[in-house]
Design a protein around this ligand. Structure first.
Ligand code: BEZ
Ligand code: FE
Length: 293
């Protein structure tokens, strides 16, 4: 704790630059939920110390308030600019890492993103999920295993990706078929899964709002490297939310939301078998609820 943060309140309870943290936190009621009290007290401490450390000017804070206002104003049911802000500041990945510490060998989590849609139809193993006929066809194939290498039966694998032009179906409801490049698959006793989609392409996150402006001001691009999203749920295992990334993608080392992990970069092999141009093999390894790092 900094010196200022530990300064005590004045007897009058009046606010000073030196006692700001203690004075604000002393206002907390007695019957406040203990975790809420802990989170808010820590937030106040870091916010005040941030302003103090950089000598925040009035103009800068007015800009900050205006930025947050614009971030809220652009949010709709379909557009969540605050999640984009959290993602591009690396906060989503940090919270994800804190909450998904798994033993080595278990597949790593990564950011969920805003484009998952609950309720996608369950498909048969091997089915095609690309419904707009665009892109380079790719077979996605592998197994769902536990940490001892045993197959996991009854695992529900929810997959989603952008189309060949870099947009999710929900971004183009009047252009793409519903459930384009999405599917849910359930493993049998052998833990195997397979489906045909497209080799995903890299795309910019929505950058026509305040977060896009922020990235531009910071000399950052808005691109994510090409990836396929997975959410794997099975009874008796931790939920896995992850992607596989296309090896060799030019944005692998500069993902605008920091989602890439080395273990999630998957092989995409050119096969040219029938109508299928690519094949990507990847096994998902699930941890039990108490298996933590
Ligand atoms: C995505 O991969 O779908 C995504 C993740 C974070 C922000 C925007 C998009
Ligand atoms: Fe994505």
């Amino acid at each position: 704790m900094s010196e200022q943060a530990s300064a005590s309140t004045s007897p009058s309870g009046f606010f000073t630059e030196e006692n700001s943290v203690a004075t604000v936190n002393a206002r907390m009621g007695r019957d406040v939920d203990p975790r809420l009290a802990e989170v808010m007290a820590c937030l106040v401490k870091h916010l005040h110390n941030f302003a103090r450390e950089i000598n925040l000017t009035q103009d800068e804070w007015d800009f900050g308030i205006d930025f947050l206002t614009r971030t809220g104003q652009i949010c709709t049911q379909e557009r969540q600019e605050f999640i984009l802000l959290s993602d591009t500041l690396g906060l989503s990945m940090l919270v994800d890492a804190i909450n998904n510490r798994r033993p080595s060998g278990a597949t790593e989590n990564t950011v969920f993103g805003p484009f998952h849609v609950e309720g996608c139809p369950v498909r048969q193993m091997g089915d095609q999920i690309c419904l707009d006929g665009k892109g380079e066809s790719c077979l996605f194939i592998g197994r769902v295993l536990d940490l001892d290498g045993n197959p996991v039966a009854g695992a529900k694998i929810d997959v989603w990706s952008d189309n060949a032009e870099g947009y999710y179906d929900v971004q183009q409801p009047d252009i793409q078929p519903k459930w384009n490049n999405r599917g849910v698959f359930v493993t049998g006793a052998d833990g195997r899964y397979s489906f045909v989609g497209i080799k995903p392409v890299s795309y910019p996150i929505p950058d026509d709002g305040p977060v896009g402006k922020m990235l531009n001001s910071l000399g950052r691009h808005p691109y994510r490297p090409a990836h396929m999203h997975y959410m794997v749920r099975a009874e008796g295992f931790q939920k896995l939310v992850t992607h596989t990334f296309v090896g060799g993608d030019p944005y692998l080392n500069s993902d605008t939301v920091f989602g890439v992990k080395k273990t999630l970069v998957a092989p995409f092999t050119r096969v040219e078998s029938g109508n299928t141009l690519w094949r990507s093999d990847y096994d998902f390894v699930l941890a039990r609820p108490r298996q933590k790092r």
